[in-house]
Design a binder for this molecule. Structure first.
Ligand SMILES: Nc1ncnc2c1ncn2[C@@H]1O[C@H](COP(=O)(O)OP(=O)(O)O)[C@@H](O)[C@H]1O
Ligand SMILES: [Mg+2]
Length: 261
């Protein structure tokens, strides 16, 4: 995955992102989108600002790899985690979600911030919804109150919400199982961003309840032994590793070699 720079910052500054409220009425699949405010998306969401950029192409390759898994029966719900903090989980989740939503068959995509301790999804999206996953799981809000739209029609997100007292317990509770089963039929892909597995058990807890886990590894920083330990922890939690995503890779070849069009 190419190194994400602030090269697109200017474009991001000029372009306002609409964050919209999604609420469901009558029919299960019918979504009414309500605009709730304006925000500025972080330039690291390159797939949004420049879908044709080299880096966006890397996320499309990741999308293709996911969509072609299991002989065309790709995992519907999966977790993104890493061994340690700041390896690129949230940026990978976000760019992958945008890239999936941009696919020609227009799948309905949901991105969930299940990093209940240090969720940063809303920071990258430039907005802070009042309600998120922790409120849904603790029974203070309904799922429909926590669903928001980015101004890509078929991409919704749920923020992490207020930091709860016992995050792991909330994620292993029946209310998380109910949340997953309530939301499943409304989306074609659900991407769940989580904390690092070596620090806390949360991604293993969620990983065991979905079809698998993508393990993000930051090249040049995370040592082999650490990644092995993360894999062991995921294995012990009965999570299936679907694959790895390497971040922080520098391109040494000029861009024209990669460019086809
Ligand atoms: N593919 C990438 N290449 C280089 N840097 C990246 C990449 N993905 C994310 N980053 C940068 O790494 C930092 C941490 O990213 P983030 O997604 O918040 O990490 P995490 O969710 O693992 O804590 C951010 O500054 C982000 O811009
Ligand atoms: Mg994160």
């Amino acid at each position: 995955m190419g190194k994400i720079t602030n090269a697109l910052k200017k474009a991001a500054d000029e372009r306002m992102t609409r964050i919209e409220k999604v609420s469901k009425i009558k029919e299960r699949d019918q979504l009414v989108v309500k605009k709730i405010g304006e925000s500025k998306m972080d330039p690291s969401v390159i797939t949004y600002f420049d879908p044709k950029a080299l880096i966006s192409e890397q996320y499309k390759i990741l999308r293709t790899n996911i969509l072609s898994m299991n002989k065309g029966k790709p995992p519907k719900t999966f977790v993104v985690t890493s061994s340690i903090h700041s390896e690129g989980k949230t940026i990978t989740s976000l760019n992958l979600a945008v890239s999936l939503a941009q696919a020609v068959h227009k799948p309905r995509v949901l991105l969930v911030d299940a990093d209940l301790r240090k969720g940063k999804l809303c920071r990258y999206l430039g907005t802070k919804p009042e309600v998120g996953l922790s409120e849904v799981l603790s029974g203070q809000a309904n799922v429909k109150d926590a669903l928001f739209n980015i101004d890509i029609d078929n991409l919704a997100f749920i923020d992490s919400g207020a930091v709860p007292e016992y995050p792991s317990e909330l994620l292993s509770s029946d209310s998380f199982k109910k949340f997953l089963s309530d939301i499943k039929s409304d989306f074609d892909h659900i991407i769940i961003d989580t904390p690092p597995i070596i620090s806390v058990t949360d991604s293993g807890i969620v990983g065991a309840q979905v079809e698998g886990v993508i393990l993000v590894v930051q090249a040049g920083r995370t040592q082999r032994g650490i990644v092995k330990r993360a894999e062991e922890l995921l294995f012990q939690s009965h999570s299936k590793i679907l694959g790895h995503v390497l971040t922080n890779i520098e391109y040494h070849l000029p861009e024209y070699i990669y460019r086809y069009l």
